[in-house]
Design a protein around this ligand. Structure first.
Ligand code: AMP
Ligand code: MG
Length: 432
C-alpha cells in the first residue's frame, strides 16, 4: 500500500494546485487495488459481476460439425468434377438428418442427405446446399430415391458447414478473469454447460452528503436550504456499477458527527464517497476531519465542472471527496471515480471508449483545462454522430444532466471548437 506522497513523487508534473485530469486518473490507478475475496454464484446472479478466474472451456462448441442451413449435405469434392464440364450436379437423397439426432448410415458418391439446420454432419460430408438452390425430382417408381439437381457455380466445398469448436475449442480460455459478465457472457457460460462461476465479491461503497444547508427528503423546506440530490445520483451511479451501497445520509457540519460518519464508513466500506465541503473557501469541518482521520490530498483539478476534490485513505477505505455541485459530482464520478471503482472491483475494463461526433455549434474552450460539456448525441442522416451542447452548462443545473445523453470531452490542450469539428464524447449509456 503506497502513501499518497509516494504516489505523488512517482508522477511527473504532479501539482495539487492545478492538477491535469489525466494525472488524476494516473494517480487513482496507482492508489487503488482490487478486492481479492471471491465467491461462487449461479449464472442468474452473475450479471454485472467480475470474473475472478479464467473459465476454460470444458467442451467444444459446437460439439460436432453441423449444418448451417436447411438443405442437402454431400461430399463437396463432387463440385469440382461437375464444374470441370460445367454440368449440373445430380444427387440421390438417401435419408433425412434432423437436429438433435445423429443420422446413422452411409452416403456414397452420387448421394446426399437431406439435413436440417444444426443437425450433425456425417464424417464424410462437408458441404450443404440450401434447399432454395436445388430442384427436387421425386422418385417415379415406388422404392426408388428422390433426387436433387443444383446448378453449377453456386457453391464451394465446405459451404454452410459449422465446424466443431468454431465458437470455442475445448481447453481454450472462454472468458478471462477480470471480465465484466455481460448478457453475452452469461449465454456463453451456459453454452459450455457451466452453472456457477467464481466472481470477486461486490465492492462496498459508503456515501454521505455534507453541508448545513442540505435538507434530507421529508424535511420541511427552509430559507437558504436545498434538498440533497447528490446522495441520489451517487446511489444510482453506484448501483449501476453493481456496488453494495451504504447510505449514511446527510451529515451536519459538526466535528463529532463528521468523525462518527467517517469512522463508521471506514469500518464497513472499501470506498467512501462524500460530496461538498472540499472547496477552498469552505469554512466547515469536512476537510479538517478528512485530514485528521486519514492520509488525504486536496486537489484543484484543471477541469470544468468540478475543480476541488479530496482523495486518499481513511483506515482501509479509499476516500473520494467530491465537490458539492450536483453536476460536478456526476462528472467527477464518471471521469475519475467510476474507472477507479472498476479497478477496485477487479475489472480489466475500466474506461468506456470515447466516440467521435461532429459538433453542431461552436464551443468556447480555454486550453489548460479539461472541460466536460453536457450534450445530446444523435445520428446524422449520413450515419455518423453529431452532438449539440446543451445551453445551460452551469455546474448546479441537474436538469441538463437529465436532458443530455453524454458528455463532450474537450481535452486539456484543446481550444475553441468550430461548428462541424469532430469532438470526443463519453456516452452515458451503460454508466447512467
Ligand atoms: P460546496 O462544495 O459544499 O461548497 O457546495 C457547492 C454547491 O453545491 C453549494 O451550492 C451547495 O449548496 C451545493 N450542494 C452541496 N451538496 C449538495 C447536495 N448534497 N445536494 C445538492 N446540492 C448540494
Ligand atoms: Mg458546503
Amino acid at each position: 500500500m503506497k502513501t499518497l506522497s509516494a504516489i505523488a513523487a512517482e508522477l511527473e508534473g504532479y501539482d495539487p494546485q492545478a492538477l491535469r485530469a489525466d494525472r488524476v486518473s494516473e494517480f487513482l490507478a496507482r492508489l487503488v487495488e482490487p478486492v481479492l475475496e471471491q465467491e461462487s454464484v449461479g449464472i442468474f446472479q452473475a450479471l454485472g459481476r467480475v470474473l475472478a478466474a479464467d473459465v476454460i472451456s470444458p467442451i467444444s462448441v459446437p460439439p460436432h460439425d453441423n449444418s448451417a442451413m436447411d438443405g442437402y449435405a454431400f461430399d463437396g469434392r463432387q463440385l469440382q468434377a461437375a464444374s470441370s464440364d460445367a454440368t449440373a450436379l445430380v444427387l440421390q437423397v438417401v435419408g433425412t438428418a434432423l437436429a438433435g439426432k445423429a443420422w446413422q448410415g452411409k452416403v456414397e458418391p452420387g448421394q446426399c442427405l437431406k439435413i436440417m439446420t444444426g443437425a450433425v454432419l456425417p464424417p464424410n460430408l462437408d458441404t450443404v446446399v440450401p434447399q432454395e438452390f436445388v430442384t427436387v425430382r421425386p422418385a417415379l417408381v415406388e422404392g426408388n430415391l428422390d433426387s436433387i439437381t443444383m446448378a453449377h457455380g453456386l457453391l464451394q466445398a465446405g459451404d454452410n458447414r459449422r465446424r466443431l469448436g468454431e465458437d470455442l475449442m475445448q481447453g481454450q480460455p472462454a472468458l478471462q478473469q477480470g471480465a465484466l459478465l455481460t448478457p453475452a457472457a452469461l449465454g456463453l457460460l451456459a453454452s459450455l454447460g457451466i452453472e456457477r462461476v467464481a466472481v470477486r465479491r461486490r465492492l462496498r461503497v459508503a456515501y454521505f452528503s455534507t453541508g448545513d444547508e442540505i435538507l434530507s427528503l421529508g424535511e420541511a423546506p427552509r430559507e437558504g436550504a436545498v434538498y440533497d440530490s447528490n446522495r441520489y445520483t451517487v446511489f444510482g451511479l453506484l448501483t449501476r456499477l453493481g456496488c453494495e451501497v451504504i447510505d449514511l445520509g446527510v451529515v451536519r457540519d459538526d466535528p463529532a458527527q463528521l468523525e462518527a460518519a467517517f469512522r463508521g464508513a471506514a469500518l464497513q466500506a472499501d470506498a467512501i464517497i462524500t460530496s461538498g465541503g472540499v472547496s477552498v473557501g469552505e469554512a466547515d469541518y469536512t476537510k479538517l476531519m478528512m485530514k485528521k482521520l486519514g492520509d488525504v490530498a486536496f486537489w484543484k483539478i484543471a477541469m470544468r465542472p468540478g475543480r476541488p476534490m479530496a482523495v486518499g485513505r481513511i483506515g482501509q477505505a479509499i476516500l473520494f471527496g467530491l465537490p458539492g455541485n450536483p453536476v460536478a459530482v456526476m462528472v467527477t464520478f464518471l471521469a475519475f471515480v467510476r474507472p477507479a471503482l472498476l479497478q477496485m472491483m477487479g475489472s480489466s475494463q475500466t474506461a468506456a471508449p470515447l466516440l467521435r461526433a461532429r459538433s453542431l455549434s461552436p464551443l468556447r474552450k480555454k486550453p489548460g483545462r479539461t472541460e466536460y460539456q453536457r450534450g445530446i448525441v444523435s445520428q446524422t442522416s449520413a450515419g455518423g454522430l453529431q452532438v449539440s451542447a446543451i445551453g445551460n452548462q452551469g455546474s448546479g443545473v441537474l436538469s441538463s444532466m437529465v436532458q443530455a445523453n453524454g458528455l463532450i470531452v474537450l481535452h486539456h490542450s484543446q481550444s475553441h471548437v468550430d461548428a462541424g469539428d469532430e469532438v470526443d464524447v463519453m456516452m452515458f449509456e451503460g454508466a447512467l
